[in-house]
Design a protein around this ligand. Structure first.
Ligand code: TXA
Ligand code: MG
Length: 320
């Protein structure tokens, strides 16, 4: 059975105990809700894959409370340290070589000699990680290939009965997953996300490398072609909508089609940050209207728009 509780300081020791006993705890982060397990235990991590129905074991992100804790898990070169200091705590994941003191298990690392590390800034995630005192492996708390959850209700819609505890911390502010940068060679962008490419390149003083050219395969996230998929078909770069289509707008461009069965505007004022925050919740809402197709207005690829477009392309990809 899945217990659901509002986040509170009293809850943290109990949540930490669930993790220590090998259970699953879904918790809010600033990006999306995570499905957490004790990263040290292959048995606990295996439950994540079972709950998500993941078709294969890709490496999971290990969440820790601080840079200091991360330094026990991974080896940080100059560039990795600069990025960690600039963006942690926050929506950035760094892939680095494992440190001799690393206790993230083999299953969470998918047997690799590297580890993906993230220090979330969300106060509930911070409180949970501090109470736990060990790295917590956590992919997004949704069934594999489905839309990532940005509210506790979304988690329960997908995973009720498959997770021991859901901590309700309200809506996630960023709304899509962390940016993943590999620091195994010249820093390379594995997945666009909550920190923009431009912000990262400004800190590095250099362009991000293209993955695959730095020997850091396997390439990024659930890199299945179809991912983040609603039930409805998704039609990108729409300039008009059919009478039976739902509309996912940006900047009011599809305003004339407001009368369609369901309509949401990612950001009426054209903000990339607001669009990222609304993306997954709006896809879910439009999908619930029961339409067969969702027409999506073009979203400029600037700032977090790169990550928004990445997720939209996956949502539109032919289903596996
Ligand atoms: O925002 C987020 O990052 C969310 C929240 C819950 O923190 N988490 C998330 O985790 O999206 P997950 O497990 O779905 O992301 C896993 C991805 C892998 O598919 C892979 O691309 C990358 O992280 N990754 C992790 N460890 C890696 C490694 N050692 N080498 C290469 N990629 C790695
Ligand atoms: Mg995911």
């Amino acid at each position: 059975m899945t217990a659901r509780f509002r986040a509170s300081p009293d809850l943290m020791p109990r949540a930490a105990a669930v993790l220590r006993e090998g259970g699953l705890v879904a918790f809010p982060t600033e990006t999306v809700y995570g499905l957490g397990a004790d990263a040290r235990s292959d048995e606990a991590v295996a439950k994540i894959f079972r709950a998500k129905g993941r078709p294969r074991f890709n490496p999971l992100i290990a969440h820790v409370a601080s840079l200091e804790a991360a330094l026990r898990q991974g080896v940080f070169d100059g560039a990795a340290l600069r990025l960690a200091e600039a963006f942690w705590p926050g929506p950035l994941t760094l892939v680095v070589p494992v440190a001799p003191t690393c206790d993230v298990g083999l299953l969470a690392r998918a047997g690799l000699g590297s580890v993906g590390l993230r220090v979330p800034v969300h106060p509930v995630a911070q409180a949970l990680l501090r109470a736990a005192g060990h790295p917590v492996a956590a992919p997004s708390a949704n069934r594999s290939g489905r839309i990532s959850p940005t509210e506790a209700d979304h988690v329960l819609a997908d995973l009720d009965g498959h997770v021991d505890l859901v901590i309700d911390g309200g809506r996630c502010a960023v709304g899509l997953e962390s940016t993943i940068v590999s620091c195994l060679g010249p820093p390379a962008l594995l997945r666009p996300g909550g920190v923009s490419r431009a912000a990262i390149e400004a800190v590095l003083g250099d362009r991000l490398a293209v993955p695959g050219h730095t020997g850091d395969a396997p390439v990024a996230p659930g890199m299945l072609t179809s991912h983040y998929a609603p039930r409805a078909a998704v039609r990108l770069d729409a300039t008009e909508a059919g009478p039976d289509e739902a509309v996912l707008d940006f900047g009011g461009r599809l305003g004339p089609w407001k009368a369609v069965p369901a309509y949401r505007d990612l950001s009426p004022g054209g903000s990339d940050v607001e669009a990222a925050a609304n993306l997954f919740a709006f896809l879910r809402a439009l999908d619930r209207s029961g339409v067969r197709s969702i027409a999506v207005a073009p979203v400029p690829g600037i700032g977090l728009g790169e990550a928004v477009n990445d997720r939209l392309r996956r949502a539109a990809a032919p289903r596996a």
